[in-house]
Structure formats: C-alpha cells, structure tokens
Design a protein around this ligand. Sequence first.
Ligand SMILES: NC(=O)c1ccc[n+]([C@@H]2O[C@H](COP(=O)([O-])OP(=O)(O)OC[C@H]3O[C@@H](n4cnc5c(N)ncnc54)[C@H](O)[C@@H]3O)[C@@H](O)[C@H]2O)c1
Length: 382
Amino acid sequence: MNKMKVGILGAGTMGSGIAQVAAQNEHETILVDVNQEMLDKAESSLDKILARLVEKEKISADDKINIQGRISYSTDITDFKHCNLVIEAIVEKLEVKHQVFSKMESIVSKDCILASNTSSLSIASIGSSLKNADRIIGIHFFNPAPLMPLVEIIPAVQTSEATLKTAKDLIDAWKKTTVVCKDTPGFIVNRVARPFYGEALRIYEEGIADFATIDWAMTELGGFKMGPFTLMDYIGNDINYAVTESVFEAFYYDPRFKPSFTQRRHSEAGYYGRKSGRGYFDYAEGAVIPEPNRDPILGQKILDRILAMLINEAFDAVFMQVASQEDVEKAMTKGVNYPKGLLAWADEIGLEKVLAQLEDLFQEYGEDRYRPNVLLRRMAVK
Ligand SMILES: NC(=O)c1ccc[n+]([C@@H]2O[C@H](COP(=O)([O-])OP(=O)(O)OC[C@H]3O[C@@H](n4cnc5c(N)ncnc54)[C@H](O)[C@@H]3O)[C@@H](O)[C@H]2O)c1
C-alpha cells in the first residue's frame, strides 16, 4: 500500500494540503498544476509548514527533508504516467474536470484510480468522461487537509468495489477518519450542516435575534465551537452562499435548503467575512464586538430551533441511505467539530420532543421546510 505513487492535480488550497498528507505518509507524490506560480507557492508554503512542525518537535529535521524529497512539482500532466492514484483538486467546473479526467485516463495505467476532491459536483458526472469509469471515486478532504481528520469517500454508480476498497483502505492508512457516502448533493457534511447557517439566517431575518445573540446561543448554550455567523464569516459568505445555492439547485429546489437574501446581499456587497475585513461582523482593528442579548429563554428557543432542523437533516441522511448512522455521527463530529453526534443528541433531548418542535414549526409556518423526517417520526412513536 505504501508503495503507491500518488498524483495530485491542482496546487491550490486543497491540492497542496493533500500532497502534504500523501508525502507525510511516505508516498512518492507528484503535484501538477497549469500555473507554475501556484506550484512555487505550494512548495514554499510546505517548507514553512514543515519548519513549524520541526520547531514544535512534531517531526524531526530529517523527516522534513524526507517529506520534501518525496514531492515533485510539475506543469506537465504526463508526469502522472506511473501513478497508482491521482486526486484531482482543480477549479469546480464540470467541463474543465471532464477535459482533465479524459486526458489523465490517456496517460495513466489501466489500474490507476482517478479521484476527485469536488465539493459540489456529482462523481457520476465527472466519471462520465472516462472510458473505464469503474476507477472513478470521490475522495473529499476538508480544509485544511493536513489538519482535518474527516475524509468523505464517495463511490459513484460506476465505481467498482475494488476501487472503493483500495481508496478507503489507503485513506484509513493515512489515519484519517473515513466515512462512505452516496453520491448525493453535499455528500454528508455539506448537506446535514445546511440548517446551521440557513435556520440561523432565517431567525435573524424574522427579527427574532441579531447575529451576536444567535452566535451566543449556539456557542454558550449549544456548545458549538463557533456560532453560525462567525463561522460563515470565517468560511467566507461568497463560498458558503455558493455551496447553499448549489445544494438547493441540486435538490430540485427543496425549500429545506433555500438560500437567504441576507447572505446573498452580504456576499454581493463584498462583505465576505474575515478575508475582506467585514462580514456579519466588523474585523477592522479596534472595531467594537457587539454584545449579545443573554436572555436564557430566547437563547434556548434559538438553539432548540436550529438543533431540531439539524437533527431532522441527520435523520433524512440516514433514512435516504446517504450514509450509515455511525458515519453521519462521525462526519459531523470530526468534519465540522459538532459537540455531539446529532442522532445521539436527539436521543438525549428525547425524540418526541424534537418531533414536537418540528411539528409546531410546520404547523405555525405551513412551510415544507419544517416537515419532520419520516424516520424521526417512526422512531419517536416507537
Ligand atoms: N477550498 C475548500 O475549502 C475546499 C474543501 C473541499 C473541497 N474543495 C474542492 O477542491 C477543489 C479545489 O479547490 P481549491 O479551493 O483548492 O481551489 P484553488 O482555487 O485554491 O486551486 C485550484 C488550483 O487548480 C489549478 N488548476 C485549474 N485548472 C487546472 C487544470 N486544468 N489543470 C491543472 N491545474 C489546474 C489552479 O491553477 C489552482 O492552483 C474544488 O473541486 C473544490 O470544490 C475545496
């Protein structure tokens, strides 16, 4: 297994991180990008990252030299010729992915696995550009790839059992937490987590509470590491909005995933969050951090509503066989650091109580968005 030669296409945020992971796991690794500048940037940033790891005594100076020695950088895609696995991490455009997958297939051996790190495209659609599509698979890392433990493994309808097994065994051997999920929009994490943002935005839009209060309720009362608005500012409102919109479209406009005007306007205004200096909050030097309304009744109401929506989504993912119960729990705790698995959390609260909360919302609003999942219903009445 460790002798596998790994190719990474795209030396941006994700590709450079995945190359680091592969090289740290003793694979000869080739990082290819069309842009030499991106390769230079990836090489110098890896040097800094590894130097810090040496400083912190996480790796030795020799390890650093060995890791760097295992990665080669190239603008020539034919250098993938002897790879056993190539992970693609280039722009999120289907036409471009089709071109490169078809090109890669003409270069690599017939046994080489071709994987995509896509967040929003279907693996089946990417695989359709291959003659031998049973080698296609989704291997979805989270950002930053060297630090985030979760990797979603996504077999497409075309993927063979052998491809799935080899890919999963390999990423397990890299000591990542793998979860296997169906080739459906948002896979596990980007689907189940949608209400964390969407319901928070909705609560704000209804005038129930401001950004700071909603964030306070979710962190102080819910135990989440970051509140939804702080997290959206961290991810970038442009990126987070694009993911929401793509999941909404991919689910045939299911109202559960409806994007929000508030986020769209913030994104349109250039209020992306931390990276632009302003999002829902102001990140300028000396800016005043708004105080939340620490009313415990209001806070509990906010937490209960967002949590009920998250739990409903987790039940839906299990009901629709997107992933096993265990993998849904793992994905949300390891991928987005939720304080508890959502299904375990539902048990703790009481399934009847969660169901009643959703039924009340459904009754009050008359919106399909709040319909309780059938698996939750069935289990609550047992
Ligand atoms: N950024 C994230 O948080 C994140 C997380 C998980 C998955 N992803 C997915 O990973 C992929 C890459 O995202 P990113 O954020 O690293 O992008 P990025 O913009 O940082 O990097 C993309 C790189 O691909 C290169 N590139 C573009 N076209 C190419 C081609 N035809 N051949 C070779 N190289 C090419 C670019 O020069 C650039 O260096 C996307 O599919 C994205 O959906 C991103």
